[in-house]
Ligand binder design. Structure first.
Ligand SMILES: *Cc1c(COP(=O)(O)O)cnc(C)c1O
Length: 396
């Protein structure tokens, strides 16, 4: 039976799928089951910063699989210890400790729980268009109605305020606020960078009022925006930071980084069976080592600036705005994006939506400039004129 038929028969049905099946990848290239080649600007929805079949990650996983795959946190482990030290060494100065988990929503969930424990407060301030994951705590911080509504009531005490609005933030944070959670660049919400003034004000307001400043860097971390972490662009020192996606070169892993203002967490208030897994830890160490040795954050900064400027040169009646930071780039259209993503795919370029109208590019940071140039020309081609929308075409 065809791959697609099998999945259609047995999978949850939660996802709007594109009709192709990928079976192989190298760097920024993917091949489908019919051997068609694509340039990958979906980048594992942000988990693919290191590129497909990254040799360092492959070698580390292979070796660790032959050594020790499983070791819960009730014991110590060499790879985990080494990774924790590494994460602290690359994180902002405020960060002192690490909680390891397995996904972005878990990392956010941990940050929210730690903020509650540290402050003994229960309320949070989050942002409109913010995305933080799908478990109930993280979902309470997420803005999008279609993700929230089926599960209401969510955690009480969450306020959503306009992003990049200092006055709204100032008014929202009180003596009851456990934490302010925001993305340094909003990803799913449309590739919207935070302004330096806003982000710095958010940190300052949290410090003054005894709330935790929580930076969700699940998507912006590990070189995506042109620094190891987007917080570095603005000298931010978060009290809590959620990480996942590219943390382990595509292997499932997440982390909540814990700042000094959080203080000592009481034992047993949180935990995870797979957290600190040696296989994921080995993959993460290799991924971070590769990012550093190959200066991929710098590469992301330079290639991203070039890519964005090339996209800005495209003359199209469909484009409202091009924005982004490093190799996290979005084109806001004046129309729904789905038919244009399908047209890109038909020409061998994979890109993501971010909301209804934004075309989002998250290529592996190892992508060659020639490939990005090809992406620019295909995008120019696809956006040259409006596509008549087919009725009932699904949104992702
Ligand atoms: C993807 C994402 C998450 C959720 O990560 P999952 O691994 O899908 O649970 C949380 N926050 C941000 C900013 C993200 O981009």
């Amino acid at each position: 039976m065809k791959i697609q038929d099998l999945e259609n028969q047995f999978t949850s049905g939660l996802y709007t799928k594109r009709p192709i099946a990928f079976v192989r990848g190298v760097g920024a290239h993917l091949w489908d089951s019919d051997e068609n080649e694509y340039i990958d600007c979906v980048g594992g929805q942000g988990a693919g910063n290191l590129g497909h079949a990254n040799p360092a990650v492959v070698a580390a996983i292979t070796q660790q699989a032959q050594t020790l795959i499983s070791c819960p946190e009730m014991f110590y482990n060499d790879k985990r210890a080494e990774l924790e030290q590494k994460l602290i060494s690359i994180a902002p100065k405020s960060i002192k400790r690490v909680y390891l988990c397995n996904s972005g929503t878990e990392a956010v969930e941990a940050c929210l729980k730690f903020a509650r424990v540290a402050t003994k407060r229960k309320e949070f301030v989050a942002t409109m268009r913010g995305f933080h994951g799908r478990s109930i705590g993280a979902l309470s911080a997420t803005w999008e109605k279609k993700y929230r509504e089926p599960y209401e009531p969510l955690w009480p005490g969450f306020k959503h305020i306009a992003y990049n609005d200092i006055e709204a933030l100032d008014a929202a944070v009180t003596e009851q606020t456990a934490g302010v959670i925001l993305e340094v660049v909003q990803g799913e919400g449309g590739v919207r960078p935070g302004s330096a003034e806003y982000l710095q004000a958010a940190q300052k307001i949290c410090r003054e009022r005894g709330a935790m400043f929580i930076a969700d860097e699940v998507q912006t971390g590990f070189g995506r925006t042109g620094k190891m972490f987007a917080s570095e662009h603005y000298g931010l020192e978060p009290d809590l930071m959620s990480l996942a996606k590219s943390i382990a070169g595509g292997v499932p892993m997440g982390a909540a980084l814990i700042g000094e203002r959080v203080g000592q967490l009481p034992s047993q208030v949180h935990g995870s069976t797979f957290g600190g897994n040696p296989l994921a830890a080995a993959a993460s160490l290799a991924a971070i080592g590769y990012l550093e040795e190959n200066k991929l954050p710098q590469r992301s900064l330079e290639l991203g600036a070039w890519f964005k400027s090339e996209l800005m040169k495209i003359e199209s009646p469909l484009i409202r705005e091009v924005r982004g930071l490093g190799l996290m780039v979005g084109i806001e259209l004046k129309q729904k994006v789905t038919p244009y993503l399908q047209a890109l795919m038909a020409k061998g370029v994979l890109a993501l939506p971010a909301g209804l109208t934004v075309m989002r590019f998250l290529p592996p940071l190892v992508i060659e400039k020639d490939d990005l140039a090809k992406v620019v020309s295909v995008v120019a081609d696809v956006l040259a004129k409006p596509i008549e929308e087919k009725r009932g075409a699904g949104e992702e």
